[in-house]
Ligand binder design. Structure first.
Ligand SMILES: NC(=O)c1ccc[n+]([C@@H]2O[C@H](COP(=O)([O-])OP(=O)(O)OC[C@H]3O[C@@H](n4cnc5c(N)ncnc54)[C@H](O)[C@@H]3O)[C@@H](O)[C@H]2O)c1
Length: 334
């Protein structure tokens, strides 16, 4: 089988994770890269040894004979590039956040609907094997009833890029990972991300620039209720989540290497139940193995003509929810 020819546009910090995932996927070949910064172009050419390197992404698209493009620029530069790649019929991996706003995501989704190429938004939490295995357990327990996510960071430089107009506010740009994770944990009963129907959000920006605080309660279309807490001025970068089905609970620690604790209650005396910690490890092989990630999923989808789990159309919902949380929305969502 011929390998799919991949190009990467934008070779900055986070592109390095994409290069690693591409190198680890034997069905992909790094055909070319494009980067406008000459030093970054030279460094990434030496490090990742693509077939060809370009300062101008259009030359990569014209001459690279590509099947797939990863667009890993900052959000302000993303939309025009993604739309152009889709108009050329290429498959496109879109970094998160998918644009500066839900309107930009919708613009890209429209281009995807008219393209013969597929698009996947790199909401990478959806593809973490421990999260996929927990979803299976929640589904087996009858579906998620309640879930919550925590996404905290100590003060970051996001505020500077935000003020330069290159990023949306942190909850849309960054904590969106756990806005989307809430939808993904809530949606297990129907094997898709749940759709938010109402949001009650409290927002405080504090005295320090960029130290945004958000606390939101969200009801989903399947009746599941979720909550998000995010704060950009805490003591450390902490990322956690929990999800509960009838008599079953999963607690995820995602600040470093993902870990998951599971608890199951069984009938006890009379009306009561006896809760126990499940010692058996999660079955990661059943969800693609410990090395599963969004690049492997996207490659499967392209080769087997399947719809990716995180399409641009679906990402519009996550962006709208993140925007509602940021604006302190209280009530039903349109
Ligand atoms: N999923 C995650 O966990 C995660 C983590 C960090 C960053 N990100 C996302 O990754 C994206 C990139 O972030 P970053 O920190 O790597 O940014 P970065 O600024 O380090 O890299 C972006 C690169 O794109 C290049 N670029 C811009 N326009 C270009 C064009 N037209 N052609 C070619 N190159 C162009 C820039 O020169 C720069 O080198 C952001 O959207 C960010 O939200 C995701």
């Amino acid at each position: 089988m011929d390998k799919l020819r991949v190009g990467v546009i934008g070779c900055g910090g986070h592109a390095q994770t994409h290069f690693q995932m591409i190198a680890a996927e034997p069905r992909l070949h790094l055909a070319g890269i494009a980067e406008i910064d000459p030093k970054r172009l030279a460094d990434n050419t030496a490090r990742h040894r693509p077939e060809r390197s370009f300062a101008d992404y259009r030359q990569l698209l014209d001459e690279g004979k590509l099947d797939v493009v990863h667009v890993t620029t900052l959000p302000a530069h993303l939309t025009a590039l993604v739309v152009e790649c889709l108009e050329r019929g290429l498959h496109v991996s879109v970094e998160k956040p998918p644009g500066m706003s839900a309107a930009e995501t919708a613009q890209m989704a429209q281009a995807a609907a008219q393209s013969k190429g597929k698009a996947l938004v790199s909401f990478n939490r959806r593809y973490i094997p421990q999260i996929l295995a927990l979803r299976q357990q929640l589904k087996a327990a009858g579906g998620t009833l309640q879930c919550s996510t925590t996404y905290h960071k100590n003060q970051t430089t996001l505020g500077e890029l935000n003020r330069a107009g290159l990023l949306p506010d942190p909850v849309i740009c960054d904590a969106i990972h756990h806005v989307d994770l809430l939808r993904w944990l809530a949606g297990v009963g129907q094997d898709r991300a749940a759709l938010p129907v109402s949001v009650y959000s409290e927002v405080e920006d504090g005295a320090r620039l960029g130290a945004h605080r958000h606390q939101a309660v969200i009801r989903f279309d399947n009746g599941t209720v979720g909550s998000l807490m995010s704060h950009y001025g805490v003591g450390f970068r902490i990322q956690r989540a929990e999800a509960h089905a009838e008599d079953f609970s999963g607690y995820l620690e995602l600040s470093g290497e993902p870990q998951c604790e599971l608890y199951q209650a069984r009938p006890g005396e009379g009306e009561s139940t006896q809760g126990t910690k499940i010692d058996q490890p999660l079955d990661l092989e059943a969800v693609g193995g410990p090395g599963y990630n969004e690049v492997r999923h996207f490659t499967d989808c392209i080769l087997e003509d399947r719809i990716p789990w995180s399409t641009l159309e679906d990402a519009v919902q996550t962006m709208k929810l993140a925007e509602a949380i940021r604006s302190g929305h209280k009530g039903p969502l349109a």
